[in-house]
Design a protein around this ligand. Sequence first.
Ligand code: 13P
Ligand code: ZN
Length: 273
Amino acid sequence: MANKNILEAPFVNEMKKTTQNMYQHGWDERNGGNISYILNESELEDYLDLSDVTREIPLIFDASELAGKYFIVTGTGKYFKNVEEAPETNLGIVRVQEKGHALDLLWGYEDGGLPTSELPSHFMTHISRLKVDPENKVVMHCHATNLLAMTFTFSLDERLFTRILWQMCTESLVVFPDGIGVLPWIIPGTNEIGEATAEKMRTSRLVIWPFHGVYGAGKNLDETFGLIETAEKAAQVYTLTQCQGGIKQTLTDQNLRDLAAAFHVTAKAGYLE
Ligand code: 13P
Ligand code: ZN
């Protein structure tokens, strides 16, 4: 029975808190960034009549592998800054139609809005991650400042990019042992960047879009935020080392191997010497 107030639903509150937090970190200026988060039917049916479709939204790609799944998604052109005060216009809850070429809008986007323009990257990443981790629920994109800056000053070789982030904080390797994928520059919002992102996401939960931002995937909002936060912290430390005159000493590959053994993680093959 859909008799509860959706504005008090835990998943709406989590989206409000996460978008506000990301905005406060300076990673989501204006409409920058977007989030998609898989919800279960059982989480929704107390709040919404799931047969009441307010609008159909066409898709420019095939999402049939996600048919029947429910998502809460930030709106295109909407500001993370404003989600907290008006979730019903800045967020939407959608269900992927059986044929995968349209969405049923069940709640939100109240001013006629649409889901993020980055939906191809989000949905293709969900498809990709669900194949390797059935518990993956969240895809998150933002313009994390120091990671973005490093794409101008540091090598875009993903092994080198991963290694420097692992070296900048002892926690990095433990949090993202699979490393960070790096794409070439591609026009955002396209199926092409979606396919390229999803391909990298098969083996890594973090993907850099040079001169733009970062994608993260994980099992809940907190954990996915924490993943991006850890990589961004490493990038910030790298930035500070350059301001302080450069790196004089760092974690050795043996240190990193010992760390991986102590925390029972496996560093991406071939990334340690
Ligand atoms: P949207 O406003 O469509 O979500 O796009 C923001 C963005 O960061 C594009 O990469
Ligand atoms: Zn962006």
